[in-house]
Design a protein around this ligand. Structure first.
Ligand code: HEM
Length: 130
């Protein structure tokens, strides 16, 4: 027996890769320009270009779309991708705040953004090393 669901994937609800890319670009633009995110910015490499692509493709697969990011990195999980990053309460909060603003600024449905932000809340807390 197969189980059928009529529930749309978050990937489709958000508007596919183009919409995710807009969110991610806004996220890094905010991180790069707003002094409120200085500590978070300082953790990242000077060139944010590679991260703009990596986070877009990670989120694409994570939200139920094409899994290119995961296929290109066999065995790598989101936690492992942060092995060398010392995440604190402060930088975890900055990450969540910039991402919530990026969703709002790019017009993502507030209900969907709220659902995703809740999960990001748990992920960012799990990444803390302080
Ligand atoms: C808790 C707050 C977080 C901080 C402070 C943080 C910081 C970082 C840093 C410094 C890097 C390396 C960037 C570079 O090389 O320039 C990174 C990579 C990455 N982060 Fe985060 N991150 C956080 C949360 C998250 C979350 C919640 C996700 C996913 C939803 C995520 C997804 C990624 C991905 C996909 C990469 C790239 C891995 C790769 O391409 O090798 N991060 N993060």
């Amino acid at each position: 027996m197969s189980v059928e669901t009529t529930e749309a994937l978050p990937f489709d609800r958000i508007g596919g890769r183009a919409a995710i890319r807009r969110v991610v670009n806004r996220f890094y633009d905010l991180m790069d320009s707003d002094p409120a995110y200085q500590a978070l910015r300082d953790l990242h490499a000077p060139d944010l270009g590679p991260m703009r692509l990596s986070l877009t493709d990670f989120l694409m697969g994570w939200l139920g779309g094409p899994r290119d990011w995961f296929e290109a990195r066999p065995g790598v999980c989101m936690m492992k991708a942060h092995n060398g990053v010392v995440v604190t309460a402060d930088t975890a909060r900055q990450w969540r705040d910039a991402m919530a603003r990026a969703f709002a600024d790019t017009g993502v449905d507030p209900g969907l953004a709220g659902e995703i932000n809740q999960v990001f809340g748990r992920m960012t807390e799990a990444l803390r090393r302080d």
